[in-house]
Design a binder for this molecule. Structure first.
Ligand SMILES: *Cc1c(COP(=O)(O)O)cnc(C)c1O
Length: 391
């Protein structure tokens, strides 16, 4: 059967400006905020339904109609997505809680869920004629972009903090990227990358600074529903840095309801951050629309060391609309929970994944999560490259 994208336009997540999706865009030209991809969901729902998915390939491309690529020639795939959703029976016993799942995103190409977003961003950049891509990254996004750029034959430039663990640098180099090490945090890497963008006409695929990484990440929401028999869990705990995953899943739930694939019941979304860098947690509890930059950000969970996020208002909106919450946990608890997650599931989690379990323990103790409620913990990456954490 012929499949196609039902992409119709781009829409600013803040001011609502509508834009031609078949042109290259970074942020909204009117207000400088992130752009979101919109689809004709009514037509899509007539073209495809849950039963059509059963025989499709076990990658995120199974949701083809709700993804932005027009022409199959540009669909890049290294087997990303459709990752394990593990019913964590031994962890359930340990926690005295009857319904705990772990979504193991460490199984993606290059070992993290960044593969989903960059698979989509690089595919679409390729389709729209880009020749060179650039990214500031704490490590995982750099590896993912390098992989898809290598597959596509695009020039790749990655900007990482100079203290990034060596395995991330090695991987990017093997995958053919030019590695730029920057003294400072991811925000400083962003500045360095931006300075080179125009000079060398490279396309910026920073978190939420182009519209398609979120489209790749939203497939986590589609998969959760499909893997749970087109139902959604009560609670999702998600380690939040730039927020593409959280915002993407919230977008997926809205799309799936309009498609008629799920009902109106939505999970409560929980953001977890380290107390060494918790701008979203602070802004959430202060009732703010935007988050203030976090000074002296530090945590062992590199993906959470994001002092300022351009999509802050989208993260905060999703948390509030879902009647969710935000939790900050100390690194000592993150580390302990990472070991507990590992030894009860057989999954080697990234510390960001461990952070979700640390948050669960707080929320269960406080009665925010009640016995019997189904909870999904997102292990967003494989622990193997975090050499500094285990040594
Ligand atoms: C990037 C990253 C995060 C944060 O993800 P966002 O979707 O940007 O919030 C969490 N965990 C890991 C392992 C990461 O690489």
């Amino acid at each position: 059967m012929l499949t196609r994208s039902f992409l119709t336009h781009l829409e600013c997540g803040y001011c609502g400006e509508k834009l031609d999706p078949d042109k290259l865009w970074n942020l909204c030209p009117k207000c400088g905020k992130p752009l979101l991809a919109r689809y004709n969901l009514e037509e899509a729902s007539r073209a495809v339904g849950p039963q059509d998915l059963i025989t499709r390939e076990p990658t995120l491309w199974r949701y083809r109609e709700l993804l932005p690529i027009r022409d199959d020639t540009y669909k890049l795939s290294l087997g990303e997505g459709f990752t394990l959703l593990l019913r964590a029976a031994r962890l359930e016993k340990e926690l005295g809680h009857s319904s705990v799942y772990v979504k193991d995103e460490g199984l993606n190409p290059t070992g993290s869920f960044k593969a989903r977003g960059l698979c989509m961003a690089v595919s679409r950049a390729l389709e729209l004629g880009v020749k060179a891509v650039s990214i500031p990254s704490a490590g995982n996004a750099a590896c993912a972009m390098s992989a898809y750029a290598a597959l596509a034959g695009l020039e790749a430039h990655v900007y990482m903090p100079a203290d990034v663990p060596k395995p991330f640098v090695n991987e990017c180099r093997v995958l053919g990227a030019s590695v730029h090490l920057v003294d400072g945090l991811i925000t400083d890497c962003g500045k360095a990358a931006r300075a080179d963008l125009e000079k060398y006409s490279r396309f910026d695929v920073s978190t939420l600074k182009e519209p398609y990484r979120i489209e790749g990440k939203k497939t986590m929401g589609y998969e959760l529903a499909e893997q749970l028999g087109w139902t959604l869990p009560d609670v999702i705990i998600y380690p939040t840095g730039g927020g593409t995953g959280l915002v993407g899943m919230w977008k997926a739930f809205e799309e799936m309801e309009k498609l008629g694939w799920v009902g109106s019941k939505r999970p409560r979304l929980v953001t977890v951050q380290s107390d060494g860098c918790a701008p979203m947690v602070k802004a959430f509890h202060e009732g703010k629309e935007f988050a203030e930059p976090w000074p002296h950000a530090r945590t062992i969970a590199d993906g959470l060391r994001v002092p300022a996020a351009i999509g802050d208002f989208l993260i905060l909106r999703a948390l509030r609309e879902s009647r969710g919450t935000a939790v900050a946990v100390p690194d000592s608890e993150i580390l302990q929970a990472t070991y507990l997650l590992g030894k009860t599931t057989g999954i080697w989690p990234a510390p960001e994944g461990g952070a979700t379990l640390a948050a669960f323990l707080h929320l269960k103790r406080d009665g925010w999560i009640k016995e019997g409620e189904s909870v999904v913990l997102f292990n967003t990456g494989n622990g193997a490259k975090y050499s500094r954490v285990w040594d």
